[in-house]
Write a protein that binds this ligand. Structure first.
Ligand SMILES: NC(=O)c1ccc[n+]([C@@H]2O[C@H](COP(=O)([O-])OP(=O)(O)OC[C@H]3O[C@@H](n4cnc5c(N)ncnc54)[C@H](O)[C@@H]3O)[C@@H](O)[C@H]2O)c1
Length: 252
């Protein structure tokens, strides 16, 4: 066990919990930060050298207070907390649109900057922001989510540009078709599961641990020259558009 510290927002479930687990296996102490303290505590209880922190990532003073309480500057921040509010744009209440932007974009800036200011003094630090394949493609009824995630992908690059010279690396991971977290109710339908799995070039849905592996790779020394990159983890779905289009059957 080393002295490295990982801070994972939204670590209480789904992808965040898998990131906490893998970070722990890779020797990090882990701060599991979530607005749902019970969920964060359950994840932390299963890991050695982990602690749970109740945190609303949209509250800047709470973020500062938590970092002060923790005391140690994180070596790795994973901005994973995220939400979706779905429905047609025409009737979407402004409050729902704004909340999605606040949690998925603005809060990632708040938490990243608070950490980066502390990492700056040490001259090193890794930040990985969890976006989505919706940062590349809009989706039916996806509301503000694609815009917020696209903003986060570009914000990651802006942070890499400004903070790279300080010794920090900032990258993002864009998951798609993941059988965990916010998508769990969707994939509970066995027909949808099978259709979706078969639509993926890798012929399966992704698991939370597939995303965690990408996060820990980007945080590792093996990725030391990767900065400002968005790593898509979707089994090949995003570039497969042309193969999904109808074509005339082959003649022979
Ligand atoms: N599961 C997928 O299919 C999928 C696909 C692409 C991207 N993502 C992204 O992955 C990340 C994790 O999502 P998930 O699927 O594991 O969902 P999830 O709902 O299981 O986990 C999100 C966690 O964030 C926490 N959270 C929400 N708002 C918060 C706030 N204001 N402050 C602190 N914590 C807060 C929740 O309590 C929850 O534990 C999100 O950013 C999501 O957009 C998920």
């Amino acid at each position: 066990m080393t002295d490295k510290l990982a801070l994972v927002t939204g670590g209480g479930g789904g992808i965040g919990a898998a990131v906490c687990e893998l970070a722990s296996q890779r020797g990090y102490r882990v701060v599991v930060a979530d607005q749902d303290l019970g969920a964060a505590q359950r994840v932390a209880d299963d890991l050695p050298m982990a602690r749970a922190e109740q945190l609303d990532v949209t509250d800047e003073s709470a973020v500062e207070a938590m970092l002060d309480r923790v005391g140690q500057v994180p070596d790795l921040l994973v901005n994973n907390a995220g939400i979706g509010r779905f429905g047609p744009l025409m009737s979407m209440p402004l409050g729902e649109f704004s909340l999605v932007v606040q949690v998925n974009l603005v809060a990632c800036f708040v938490v990243a900057r608070a950490c980066a200011r502390r990492m700056q003094a040490r001259g090193s630090g890794q930040i990985v922001n969890i976006t989505s394949i919706n940062s590349i493609n809009p989706g039916p009824g996806a509301g503000a989510y694609p815009a917020a995630k696209a903003g986060l992908a570009r914000l990651s690059q802006q942070m890499a540009l400004e903070w790279g010279p300080l010794g920090l690396r900032v990258n993002s991971v864009a998951p798609g078709f993941i059988d965990a977290g916010i998508s769990t109710p969707f994939y509970a339908n066995p027909v949808i599961r099978e259709l979706r799995g078969n639509a993926v070039p890798s012929r399966r849905l992704g698991q939370a641990m597939d995303v965690a592996q990408a996060v820990l790779f980007l945080a590792s020394d093996e990725a030391s020259y990767i900065n400002g990159h968005e790593l898509v983890v979707d089994g090949g779905v995003t570039p497969s558009l042309l193969s999904q289009l109808p074509r005339e059957p082959k003649k022979d």
